[in-house]
Design a protein around this ligand. Sequence first.
Ligand SMILES: [Zn+2]
Length: 200
Amino acid sequence: MPKTEEEKGFVEIVDGRYKISGKFHIIEKNQPIFDKDNNVLAGVTNPRDMTYIHSYGGEAPFFESLSKGKLLATRCDNEKCDSKGSIFEPFRIYCPDCLQRNTVVDITEKARTKATIHSFIITHRSGAFNTLPKPIQFINVEFDKEVSTILMSILAVGEPDIGKRVVPIFNTKNPTYTILDLRFVLENTPESELPEGFTF
Ligand SMILES: [Zn+2]
């Protein structure tokens, strides 16, 4: 059942400290499990509702940028590192080769002009808490030679195929501040076909 405002948990940071308000743990009445064949008790359900506080830490700029229609990545700028100049998307706070802190870079334009489908998989059945429309078209997005990684995302509009050009879309109208605010569509998809809340 959707929660009322009084049943939700809220968090803000004030003066460098987490301030929480509202409810973070809700217990509901349990239910018995009866064995109908033998008319005996077999167990009980255990409903528990918990709100988890997930801190993004150094990845926070990535998620915030999605809400503004921008795709941020990171790059190793360490002169002494063999991977200098490598761009990482997904966003890596530290370079995996030299462990120095990476530089944040904007790759929105690169994604708009260079992104292609490296591979894909179509999923007709999903796990618990799925909010995506099914079937889900998972794609592995390849950018260019500067980007040394492949990004897992979903193709929201169009039929996936290896090598097809895709462009990013962003949930800028009602952002969730999660990875679900970033999706891809085939190149030349009209704006009118984008999912609700999404823009190029
Ligand atoms: Zn490095």
